[in-house]
Design a protein around this ligand. Structure first.
Ligand code: BT5
Length: 340
């Protein structure tokens, strides 16, 4: 049991909602009473009802009937491979696909499948991740039904040193699709974050690579987008820094977003392979919220503070440091507006 508010019986919110869903699935057509669920998870019936409402809000078709309890109907906006593939305009991306109810990490799963020979474009999606990962071992919060937790296997022929640029390319593709299909003006924070207009992070991208010497065997491109969620749906440490595209219950279709993402990513990946990041630079500049900002960059060789000045054809960020040097940053953590 993880830490949590007392009314949640010590469970983390994301865990308990996943467990409630699982219990309803197992019950099939049968109604499960709030009392039974409450006893099972050590929480009150009111707390059960609160979680059910949250799940309904993100699209789970749960019937609630007085004196009988709850039942999960098997339709609605769950992620289903047939529905996603039916509207897919791609040749390879998403043509092989696994959609899981629960997984530790779609990146971990896709990586293992790629080692076993999964082809380029193979896509893994999950309704929830129990150990979603960010960079440097950081966790990625991935509650059931609230987002798009997706990984795509790539088998590029370009050299290892170009791999980080792929994340920048993906940020452009994802930002454009979100703007077009969800109508939210997200901006790109170099290198791998998409931010809402108020600065909260709504999407993170994590590419993980398997390489031998200078040759890439494969890359797993992992994308996490918070689609539905209110402030209180995030754990306390993420409130204020994380945000979602929409409130639960909003008429955004995750299926349509995924179709859009896979389509745009496939097209852009082809362009990138032929022309490199240069072909994306203008699109990146239009979407970026980093340039002109005062930033702190944490690189392997230490911290530097200064102004983000420009991005070059290789996707490197050029920073004018307070010492008066112009430095080229290829990989780093960036903090906006650091205190002095
Ligand atoms: C990232 O790492 O932003 C990359 C996240 C990639 C997640 C996807 S989901 C599908 C695929 N499978 C995986 O296992 N991962 C990928 P980073 O820049 O290190 O940011 C991590 C930090 O973002 C954490 O330390 C938190 O502060 C914050 N964070 C965690 N969960 C978040 C969320 N859902 N929304 C916004 N911020 C979050």
């Amino acid at each position: 049991m993880g830490p949590g508010a007392p009314e949640d019986g010590g469970w983390a919110v994301t865990e308990i909602r996943g467990e409630i869903l699982q219990a309803l699935r197992q019950a099939g057509d049968r109604f499960v009473s709030g009392e039974e669920l409450g006893q099972r998870f050590g929480i009150s019936r009111t707390a059960v009802w609160k979680h059910i409402q949250a799940l309904q809000g993100v699209g789970y078709p749960i019937e609630a009937v007085r004196n009988r309890g709850y039942r999960l109907r098997e339709e609605g906006e769950e992620l289903r491979p047939e529905a996603i593939q039916a509207g897919l305009a791609t040749n390879v991306f998403g043509r092989h696909m696994t959609v899981l109810e629960t997984v530790d990490s779609t990146n971990r799963y896709a990586f293992a499948e790629a080692e076993g020979g999964a082809p380029e474009g193979y896509t893994v999606l999950a309704e929830r991740q129990t150990a979603g990962r960010g960079r440097r071992g950081r966790p990625w919060f991935s509650p059931p039904g609230h987002g798009i937790w997706m990984s795509v296997v790539l088998r590029p022929t370009f050299p290892v040193f170009r791999a980080p640029q792929l994340t920048l390319m993906a940020a452009v593709s994802v930002a454009e699709v979100i703007r077009e299909r969800a109508g939210v003006s997200v901006g790109i924070k170099w290198p791998n974050d998409l931010l809402l207009p108020d600065g909260r992070k709504v999407c993170g991208i994590l590419s993980e690579m398997s390489a031998e010497a200078e040759e890439i065997r494969f890359i797993v491109l992992g994308i996490g987008v918070n689609v539905f969620g209110r402030v209180e749906d995030f754990p306390p440490e993420l409130r204020g820094v994380a945000g979602s595209l929409a409130e639960p219950g909003s008429p955004i279709s995750r299926t349509a977003l995924i179709q859009g993402l896979l389509g745009r990513l496939e097209t852009d990946y082809r362009i990138y392979q032929n022309e490199g990041f240069r072909a994306f630079r203008e699109r990146w500049e239009r979407l970026n919220v980093s340039l002109g900002r005062r930033i702190a960059v944490q690189t392997q060789s230490g911290q530097k503070i200064g102004w983000a000045r420009r991005i070059d054809d290789d996707g490197a960020l050029w920073v004018e440091t307070d010492e008066g040097h112009l430095e080229k940053i290829i990989s780093a953590e960036v903090i906006f507006d650091p205190g002095s």
